[in-house]
Design a protein around this ligand. Sequence first.
Ligand SMILES: NC(=O)c1ccc[n+]([C@@H]2O[C@H](COP(=O)([O-])OP(=O)(O)OC[C@H]3O[C@@H](n4cnc5c(N)ncnc54)[C@H](O)[C@@H]3O)[C@@H](O)[C@H]2O)c1
Length: 255
Amino acid sequence: MGRLDGKVVLITGTAGGQGAAAARLFAQEGASVYGCDLDAERSEAVAHEIRAAGGEMQSTAPVDLADPVAAAEWVDGVAKLAGGIDVLYNNASAPRVGPFTEMSWDDWRFTLHNELDLIFTVTKAAWPHLIARGGGVVINTASVSAHRGATFIEQSGHGAAKGGVLAMTRHLAASGAQHGIRANSISPGLIVTPQIEPFLDEPGHPVHEMLHSHPLGRLGVPKDVATVALFLASDDAAYLNAVDIIVDGGQSLIS
Ligand SMILES: NC(=O)c1ccc[n+]([C@@H]2O[C@H](COP(=O)([O-])OP(=O)(O)OC[C@H]3O[C@@H](n4cnc5c(N)ncnc54)[C@H](O)[C@@H]3O)[C@@H](O)[C@H]2O)c1
């Protein structure tokens, strides 16, 4: 028995590090996974790999989730095909980071649009399907950047957008409870994904300080987040609502 047997799960950003890891794990646990991404080639490669391993996954790409029409088309299309939606995992996002002194209005707007607006577009589209199903689960991806100022790389727009994700999640939990919808978030710390890997080869990059000061002696990997998402998606978390789980090995609290 898988922990997600028979569940229809939507995961956004399945071409990326954490989205792909969640798609693999959720499919292993019996879910029918529906992914999407801007990156068609990588997203389809992940779906192909999962199907080859005996799992169920379909990918739609390119889809720009920051566009409400495109987001609704994807969500409604999946709901029609699969007969409903049980879990929505809002994982995709794209920030612009860097010193506040160099952050332009365009960078700020880009980050809020591609990290916060797309939580609205996708969740708004999925909401009636979750209600029609008699309940379900929403998992949003925030960040430790929503909880503290970052010295690693300045990221005020990213932190503000993810702070919005935290607040939005609590309000979704409040709205959803009467419909049997639970909404929770995950705040990852630094997770080694394909975007971060090159920094590890760069001498003097601040990522090395993050590694050396880490209480557990290692940085996070996508599966560290995927296992927490699996827990939140499953009935094991049936009484968890409106919480944020920080997945950073304790780094933001004790180092
Ligand atoms: N990696 C980290 O250190 C870290 C830390 C804290 C939070 N997070 C969060 O975790 C989540 C997953 O990040 P990741 O590390 O796997 O990053 P990633 O860049 O590997 O994956 C993100 C995916 O989202 C897709 N995407 C971005 N904007 C999109 C849009 N408008 N429409 C459709 N797809 C879009 C990208 O194409 C990409 O494949 C993100 O929400 C990110 O903010 C990551």
